[in-house]
Design a protein around this ligand. Structure first.
Ligand code: PFF
Length: 550
């Protein structure tokens, strides 16, 4: 307990009961579990291929070092210093920035709703790959299996698809169990088991794929460098976009997770481990996926470029075709869909935790009650909306807008607010440096205050231009569907975030309590002021700004 702690009796009564990671390793596994997700497996390979192949490594690494890791540190610093869920931590950082926290919570809520659907499909496909139930037309099979409406036929529909319903229920039950077990025994323990298992499964998959005929052509297609691509701004925006998404920065996740870390922790060293582990796995995914695509191109007698796909098309149409053609296809199927399930599950729990932590802080609830209050309604709504024939188009639109106008916009607003409006970077820098492996120095300020907002702003503008000037609506859906579930939904998240930040916090909430160790919460930032170095400070939380000393 620090020198600033109140008397023990009083501290016991006022201590928040939020749960904690038992140590740095638990945190690192949970953070890698969140970062390693579908973005690695089904997004990175195609993004790299389309944006310069081997040459993409350069913008990708630059994006990792100048934006991914610096923004990860920003999330860590806010969550760790102010020891709360996104709304509580932002509010303690500076009262009026609480809306950013609620905005992140609502974004997380929407992602959780649809993410469970992808996991449900992957779970079913793991079973389907045992007998290759898709026969010789995986495309048609996926259509029959999901019974998804498409294009202009899309409408509000509650026609349930039973096979999807059953596995969505299974996914939600598993999620509720893990979340109810809490931060250490649920979130961390599942990542500690699932992440190594995922790596083992994926490595076996990669080795198997590398020995398929044509694999080398696939790798050649992925890694052949197109240096001229480096001159195209779009390639750089794609690299930053991939890094932001892949590292789960600005989702509120890393902020929430770091609030469960012990106060004496090396934040910057942990961030580097998470950042490089995620990118390492991402490159492994590129190798596995392109070896398999090279095999498929050879089997069909076409160029690799003709079989490249990403997202749902890659996982549920291309991979089933590969599984059917390859020797020992069932093994490849179980490994591939099993990997999707494991990677997706550890990401789903991280996104649900953002919401649970916020409700727990707001009402001062126990772990079990906050889990049930959040997860039961979430599971019911998610299953009711997404196990229907409109599930897939709804997922498609929500995902597009919530990423581009939710996460990217929230990241842009938060970097600008922190850097220029509140001028909080010096405090955050000194907090990170207190026990960090290395001093983050001035480059961090430039990355968070300049490079990140510029790139985020450019990508926001460029995606708006391409959406607005496109001759057809997104995926050919009816205009009203895009307006309601795309534009209005994204705007509603921001507006609702602002409204939620205006509601008072009940007296029982965690906002008015000490942290889980019984220590008081650090005061708000003082604009433009760093923290005074103090040799006797055991934790960065004890450091104060000169003008903000208590
Ligand atoms: N970093 C994750 C990924 O690469 O898939 C991004 C993510 C998506 C995290 C969805 C959490 C989530 F629910």
């Amino acid at each position: 307990m620090s020198a600033h702690s109140p008397a023990p009796a009083e501290a016991g009564a006022r201590r928040a009961d939020r749960g904690a990671f038992s140590g740095r390793t638990s945190f690192i596994f949970a953070a890698i579990g969140s970062a390693v997700g579908l973005g690695n497996i089904w997004r990175f390979p195609a993004v790299a291929y389309e944006n310069g192949g081997g040459a993409f490594i350069l913008p990708y690494l630059v994006a990792l070092l100048t934006a991914g890791i610096p923004l990860l540190f920003l999330d860590y610093a806010i969550g760790h210093r102010w020891r709360g869920s996104a709304p509580a931590a932002w509010r303690r950082f500076r009262r009026w920035t609480e809306f950013i926290g609620w905005w992140q919570v609502l974004i997380a809520l929407v992602i959780a709703l649809y993410y469970a659907l992808i996991l449900a499909w992957a779970t079913n496909y793991m079973i389907f790959s045992l007998d290759q139930r898709w026969g010789d037309d995986p495309n048609a099979f996926f259509g029959q299996y999901t019974q998804a409406l498409s294009g202009t036929d899309v409408h509000i529909s509650f026609d349930v698809v039973p096979a999807v319903l059953v596995s969505m229920v299974v996914v939600w039950i598993a999620t509720i169990v893990v979340m109810a077990l809490g931060v250490q025994k649920g979130i961390s323990a599942s990542s500690v088991v699932f992440i190594p298992l995922l790596v083992i499964m994926f490595v076996i998959l990669v080795i198997r794929a590398l020995f398929l005929p044509g694999a080398i052509d696939g790798l050649e297609a992925l890694f052949r460098p197109h240096w001229a691509a480096l001159l195209s701004p779009g390639v750089w925006v794609a690299a930053y976009g991939q890094i932001f998404f892949s590292l789960s920065v600005a989702f509120g996740i890393m902020l929430t997770y770091s609030s469960y870390l012990k106060k004496r922790t090396d934040l910057t060293g942990s961030g580097l481990v998470v950042g490089f582990a995620n990118s390492g796995f991402e490159i492994l995914c590129g190798i596995g996926v392109f070896s398999a695509l090279g095999f498929m191109a050879q089997a069909q007698g076409v160029q690799v470029s003709e079989v490249v796909s990403s997202g749902i098309g890659l996982a549920f149409i291309a991979f089933p075709a590969i599984i059917s053609e390859a020797p020992a296809g069932a093994l490849i199927g179980v490994l591939f869909f099993g990997s999707l399930v494991l990677a997706g599950f550890t990401s789903l729990i991280s996104i649900v935790e953002v919401v649970i932590a916020a409700i727990q802080d707001k009402f001062g609830l126990s772990r079990i009650s906050s889990t049930l209050w959040v997860c039961v309604p979430l599971a019911v709504v998610s299953t009711a909306l997404f196990s229907t024939t409109m599930g897939m188009p709804l997922l498609d639109v929500l995902d597009k807008w919530v990423n581009e106008y939710g996460i990217v916009a929230a990241a842009l607003v938060s970097t600008i607010v922190v850097t220029y409006v509140v001028r909080g970077l010096p405090t955050l820098r000194d907090h990170l440096d207190h026990r960090g492996t290395f001093p983050i120095g001035r480059w961090w300020l430039v990355c968070v205050g300049l490079i990140a907002p510029v790139v985020l702003g450019v990508s926001l503008v460029s995606s708006t231009i391409s959406l607005v000037t496109s001759p057809t609506t997104y995926s050919g859906y009816p205009g009203w569907f895009i307006v309601v579930f795309g534009w209005l939904m994204a705007l509603a998240l921001l507006v609702a975030g602002i409204v939620l930040s205006l509601l008072p916090w009940p007296a029982t909430s965690n906002l008015f309590k000490d942290d889980s160790d019984g220590d008081p919460i650090a005061p708000e930032v003082v604009a433009g002021q760093g923290l005074e170095a103090r040799a006797d400070a055991a934790t960065p939380h004890e450091l104060r700004s000169p003008a903000g000393r208590v």
